[in-house]
Design a protein around this ligand. Structure first.
Ligand code: ADP
Length: 474
């Protein structure tokens, strides 16, 4: 398949060349696949200018017209799903089948936003005085600055752009420099769908500089970011002066709890599906696996049998189910977590082999001590750290002993326990006997150092709307 790379900045509906370039590598081969534009500061400002001009028109476009244009973007994504999936695998490494699933998932946010664009309705509230009417309606927040990570090169882009433009906002998005090709391809499809110039602008370059410009420019009224807690805090601080609305979807360290009454086959399937997606490089994947003492040995053995069947390799090969890590730094971090846990008493139960390049064998550690790094830091790799517990109180307190609170999972058949855990675990999202938390129709987001704001669902649209109240006396 001949792939067309979109490698220039996308500003005001035009492709803009730059002198400086960013090198994009294929993490499976470490070969250069493209040289993508590197914006200068004035080009980032041009993108904001374009969004400012477009906002005047776009916010007034009939809701139904907006919906139709966004829906056409969704259709084009589905039409080009194979090309997009290939780009994702090339720049991010995940197996082609997973990349294709990501395209469908990414398109679902576009479809949902298109449908919802027609349903941004206000309310009339009963008068609190004689002869008055209270009206509450919603308006676009204005220009949005968006920054996305590399682990879902399509879905994180559409999950931000689609609801923002459905709400009537215009946007300047900076995709991750590691995986910009998918984002630019999607911007091209949006343009082909007829979404007017300046509504969607994309820039890549010096990430801290772009973040600073978006944060400091008072015309940008909202920042939406997915990435590390450290960068999220920088963007929060950098936006304080102009008091922007913020949505921060940051790091996680999800607990995954297997109680003694769990259906172990289901727990195992859920654990592998969630943990091995994108080779463990997702913010909601289990990082701390707590297994009840009674089923600990059995569950570990079941997990080992399943992992042994998983083929690691280049995501373009048909039978590969585990792709590479994104780069060497990612691999170093996983190895550091393994070494640290082993120094503190954990035993290597499966895997641990250092494969060539950015590849890494899925690894199981057993009897991991609670003070291990993996217990309080996101690993972002294929490490299964198995902790043991004996009581509900103990595991609840272990689950909550984290600065993060994005996702949490537990498997049990006991309804009282379900209720207690659901209420008392500190996380924005909880999977009970299932791990499939993220779709277009539900609110995705965290608490504590995992950030705030929600993406997906009706709440995801309201992140891009201001509430306006007016009192009218007849
Ligand atoms: P990760 O560790 O998952 O790569 P990062 O938070 O470093 O997470 O990256 C997420 C996104 O944030 C990427 O698009 C990256 O380029 C961008 N980024 C990194 N540093 C900054 C910064 N100082 N300001 C703005 N964006 C940044």
């Amino acid at each position: 398949m001949q792939l067309e790379f979109k490698d220039k900045l996308f500003i005001n509906g035009k492709w803009i060349e730059t002198e400086k370039k960013i090198v994009v590598n294929n993490p499976a081969t470490n070969q250069v696949i493209a040289y993508v534009a590197h914006a200068e500061a004035n080009q980032v400002i041009q993108a904001i200018d374009a969004a400012e001009t477009a906002l005047i028109k776009w916010r007034k476009v009939l809701a139904k017209t907006k919906a139709n244009l966004i829906m056409e973007w969704c259709h084009l994504m589905l039409k080009h799903q194979n090309e997009i999936a290939r780009l994702i695998t090339l720049e991010c490494g995940k197996p082609l089948k997973e990349a294709l699933a990501e395209v469908i998932y990414a398109a679902s946010f576009v479809q949902w936003a298109a449908e919802q664009a027609k349903r941004i309705d206000g309310v009339i509230i009963s008068g609190h005085l004689d002869d008055v009417e209270n009206k509450v309606h919603y308006e676009p927040v204005g220009i949005v600055g968006a920054i996305t990570p590399w682990n879902f090169p399509a879905a994180m882009v559409t999950r931000k752009i689609a609801p923002a433009i459905a709400a009537g906002c215009t946007i300047v998005l900076k995709p991750a420099e590691l995986t910009p090709l998918t984002a630019y391809y999607l911007a091209d499809l949006a343009s082909k769908a007829g979404i007017m110039p300046g509504v969607i602008n994309l820039v890549t370059g010096d990430a801290p500089q772009i973040g600073r410009i978006l944060g400091e420019d008072a015309r940008v009224r909202k920042i939406t970011f997915t990435g590390s807690t450290k960068v999220g805090k920088t963007l929060f601080a950098g936006s304080a002066n102009s008091l922007k609305r913020m949505s921060l979807e940051l790091g996680g360290n999800a607990p995954f709890i297997v109680f003694e009454d769990a259906n172990l086959e289901e727990a195992l399937a859920g654990l592998i599906a969630s943990k091995m997606r994108n080779c463990g490089q997702t913010c909601i994947c289990p990082n701390r696996i707590y297994v009840h003492k009674q089923v600990y040995t059995k569950f570990a053995a079941m997990l080992k049998d399943e992992l042994a069947k998983m083929k690691v390799g280049n995501g373009l090969d048909a039978d590969v189910v585990v792709g590479p890590l994104i780069n060497q730094a990612a691999k170093v971090k996983v190895k550091m977590h393994i070494n640290d846990a082993m120094t503190k008493g954990a035993q290597l139960y499966f895997g641990g082999s250092d494969l060539a390049g950015n590849f890494m064998q899925p690894t199981i550690l057993i009897n991991v001590a609670p003070n291990s790094q993996v217990a309080y830091e996101e690993t972002f790799g294929p490490l299964f750290a198995l902790f043991q517990f004996e009581s509900d109180e103990e595991v609840l307190s272990l689950a909550n002993a984290s600065e993060y609170g994005l996702a949490a999972y537990f498997y049990t058949q006991n309804y009282k326990r379900i209720n207690k855990m659901r209420n008392d675990i500190e996380a924005g999202m909880i999977g009970i006997n299932s791990v499939y938390l993220s779709t277009d129709v539900v609110p995705f987001g965290g608490v504590k150092s995992s950030g705030f704001g929600r993406e997906g669902s009706q709440l995801g649209i309201y992140e891009f709307l201001n509430t306006k109240y007016s009192l009218y006396k007849y």
